[in-house]
Design a protein around this ligand. Structure first.
Ligand code: MG
Length: 160
């Protein structure tokens, strides 16, 4: 089989005194995401989608939050490592799609930057990465701005 699909989900809590980083882009906001690394929830969901496609486990396995080595880690560097893992097994990214669910701030002006940053990190064309943003219509924890979550899928192709 030369096609594989994986899905990833992640959620992080919004708190004061932390930067808001999505897809490697710092977004001006009075709240940021709490986490052991830089808490880049978009990049985390994408990594899990890529790992899931190849049945390689999840990011907690490779970058455990219990390991001080990953404290404050730039998630793009972790993504680079996951990409290397995928490539080492002779797979490549067909495309990635994702949805960021956040009540605030408005993410639309930043989506292109995120896409470009992720594409550069993964060494693929930007049009292979979809990033959409939606609110949760004020429903639930995400709607109350207690956190931001992301759903992602990744299609991988076996190298010929
Ligand atoms: Mg995470």
């Amino acid at each position: 089989m030369n096609l594989r699909i994986g899905n990833g989900y992640d959620i992080h809590r919004l708190v004061e005194g932390r930067p808001l980083i999505l897809g490697g882009v710092e977004i001006p906001h009075h709240l940021g995401l709490l986490g052991h690394s830089d808490a880049d929830v978009l990049t985390h969901a994408i990594m899990d989608a890529m790992l899931g496609a190849l049945s390689l486990g999840d990011i907690g396995h490779y970058f455990p939050p219990s390991d001080p080595k990953w404290a404050g880690a730039n998630s793009l560097l972790l993504l680079e490592q996951v990409n290397e893992l995928v490539r080492a097994q002779d797979w490549q990214i067909g495309n990635i799609d994702s949805v960021i669910v956040a009540e605030r701030p408005k993410l639309k002006p930043h989506l292109k930057n995120m896409r470009d940053r992720l594409a550069t990190t993964l060494a693929i064309a930007p049009d292979r990465i979809g990033i959409k943003a939606t609110t949760n219509e004020k429903l639930g924890p995400v709607g109350r701005e207690e956190g931001i979550c992301v759903y992602a899928v990744a299609l991988l192709l076996k190298k010929q």
